[in-house]
Design a protein around this ligand. Sequence first.
Ligand code: DP6
Length: 314
Amino acid sequence: SSEPVTCFAPSNIALCKYWGKREKELNLPVNSSLSISLGHLGTQTTLSLAEVDQVWLNGERLTDDTPFARKVIAFIDLFRRDQAVTLKVDTRNNIPTAAGLASSASGFAALSLAINQFFALDLSDDVLSAFARMGSGSASRSLFQGFVEWEMGQQEDGMDSFARPLVARWDTLRIGLVKVATGEKKVDSRSGMTRTLETASLYQAWPAQAARDISRLHSAISDKDFQLLGETAEHNALSMHATMIASWPPLVYWQPDSLAAMQKVWQLREQGIPIYFTMDAGPNLKLLFEAEYEADVLTAFGEIEVVSPFSAVP
Ligand code: DP6
């Protein structure tokens, strides 16, 4: 087809994190992971024919040597038989920049959906998720809404390493995005994982913890046990950060304000408010709570963005 196509994919937050690759080229993970998607927040990507390959991000054309532009073109090359077919990739994130969320997951998921449609590949969800994974591991989970589990798989070609949505929904679940200001340039997930696997002896304990946490999350979701969900997610995130901190040179993604926000969460819990947090490879917190406590959370944290993950799930 030569008609432009536009596809959307949501951002996602892992409750059990993907941390560590057993194979770096294909993004095959050491452990399975489980996430929740962010509904309407994510990336919209339009593909159209153009004179030369070009990548646009939020209305601006990127120079060809930008890391993101190179990754996007390399990804398209995986699908494009005919190198003479050159494309414009127009990527727009509606994730509020103030929320400090990574966009590579929703970006590569939206791009995979758009490629599938543009080249009329008619790929199944499983295969599309495995392809999105090659762009960025967490993108395998961003093809779907709601709770999503990425099975690590066993095969060397990675074709059994893809994500699937869980049927369960949880309409009262809320996610609060706490942006912690940072000027420092962070180490991206790929290099962070490599450093952790190569230098942190604590990492040896991670795969077993992740397996245990996935099964706890399944119980929490099927029993609608919010305390178990929150405790598991927070413990999982802090355990991942422990492996990062135990790397050399140390990988400390926290800022002083990250710790201040954690302490606020712990204080609220002491006051009887069920609220937990998770964090990725950056200084920002994602709060987990239920709708009835939204007012308390806004009082404590100010005007943060609050997402209802299941409002986008029909
Ligand atoms: C800490 O998916 O960004 O956010 O596969 O190298 O692109 P690459 O890494 P990426 O890593 C995400 C790591 C994480 C945890 C998670 O989202 O599961």
